[in-house]
Design a protein around this ligand. Sequence first.
Ligand SMILES: O=P(O)(O)OC[C@H]1O[C@H](O[C@H]2O[C@H](CO)[C@@H](O)[C@H](O)[C@H]2O)[C@H](O)[C@@H](O)[C@@H]1O
Ligand SMILES: O=c1ccn([C@@H]2O[C@H](COP(=O)(O)OP(=O)(O)O)[C@@H](O)[C@H]2O)c(=O)[nH]1
Length: 473
Amino acid sequence: MSRLVVVSNRVAVPDAQSATTGGLAVALRDALQTNGGIWFGWSGKTAAHTAEQPTMTEIGPVTYATLDLGRKDYNEYYNGFANRTLWPLFHYRLDLAEFSHQNYTGYLRVNSLFADKLRPLIEDDDQVWVHDYHLIPMGRELRARGVGQAMGFFLHTPFPAMEVLLALPSHALLVESLCAYDVVGFQTENDLRAFRDYVIHEAKGEMLDDQTVRAFGRLVHTEVFPIGIERGQMEAAAEAAVEQGAARRLERTLNNRNLMIGVDRLDYSKGIPERFRSFERFMEQYPAHRGQVSMMQIAPLSRSEVPEYKAIRDQLEGLAGYINGRYGDFDWMPLHYLTKNFQRETLAGFFRLSRVGVVTPLRDGMNLVAKEYVASQDPNYPGVLVLSRFAGAARELDAALLVNPYDHDGVAAALNKGLVMSLEERRERWQSMMEKVRENSLEAWRERFLKVLRSVPTPMPVKGARAASAGGA
Ligand SMILES: O=P(O)(O)OC[C@H]1O[C@H](O[C@H]2O[C@H](CO)[C@@H](O)[C@H](O)[C@H]2O)[C@H](O)[C@@H](O)[C@@H]1O
Ligand SMILES: O=c1ccn([C@@H]2O[C@H](COP(=O)(O)OP(=O)(O)O)[C@@H](O)[C@H]2O)c(=O)[nH]1
């Protein structure tokens, strides 16, 4: 069996100090441990200058190769092009997208530098799997350095509709770069459709069969691989959590009142201000719930150096204060707004205690919180998920109360419906969602992707394909 080489912006080097690691980290680590391999990317640390050589940490058969990023690279590549251009654009926020040549150059520079450092570590029969929008050009850069074997790419975010993508000055090179991979995976049919739409209508490519795209002189296998959560992990954590610690204390503070919960990185794509507005509408329109229900919003700080993230933080502080000032009472607060980060095991207990899970992003690649909320429920007494139709998770979790997050009245009505829903209906909806959560687990996602990557034919440039010019208009 060949080794696996994973490339992602952040690398989770196992650390004895940190008790928990993210699901993705666990899933990829399992795959790496089976046949050995390398996980390459940014260390998550910054320095005056980008490291000359990766720091190699060997743990059993897995080598973690990480680079500290210099401030200039960090600003232009991560804060800049990745998170001020691609992130807003891919989340349909053209109004927030900044197009700076300097940041774009930094993005290409870091991808090229990563390829330089990774190239000597790759062996001929390794499988290479690159993750996410930060590293789209990696495949092309590795090909230019003679990497000939199958390479896969998975996009964790949405892929935007063609008309939105066309606003990016370098759209053509970006999509051409995606076509340097042999397998390109998306979260949903919607994203895949948008990608194919671009390839066919803008890049003059074509579909050879249901899954094979011919574009930019190459054949690319494209498919939907909805990411999931670790099998059994949240169920077990939730069951254990309600018996102890934080969940127990939370339950006591509730005093038999109902709880609604939202958990999101503090990111404008998550629709938190809109959610607060909807909650305010809910207070206004369903006064019987006043004093009887609270909403807890956990929103750990994220990408804090990016100006748009600072702005949304200020906005939320204002809104939370306004809502609590208007509706709160001496013995009850409607909204608990925390920017603290909690371990997933603790969240599992909070989810299980919450009658309604509120997941209302304006746009989201998948949204694992939605799946974690479902998996954490007591099967006999499950809560209700209120889910944005614009989260990738809505494709599978169609038994949730699906809402349009821009429609505050509609979300308020769904919150009320969730609170008054019969136990029978709650159980039916939960069972239907839980089946999907189990079926599309994180392990299944990883195995499906790697199976396809193993089975694609050796990369083959296509002679005579009509390629669009790089650079873009
Ligand atoms: O690394 P950060 O800049 O701190 O951001 C954290 C991650 O955010 C994004 O997550 C996405 O992946 C999830 C799993 O597939 C998906 O459920 C979610 O909808 C996406 O937004 C980002 O894409 C990751 O690269 C970041 O690590
Ligand atoms: O305080 C927190 C908030 C979130 N999360 C985890 O962060 C992940 C968020 O993933 P999701 O796909 O919902 O959104 P993303 O942040 O990747 O855009 C989920 O596993 C959450 O349980 C966490 O561990 N602690």
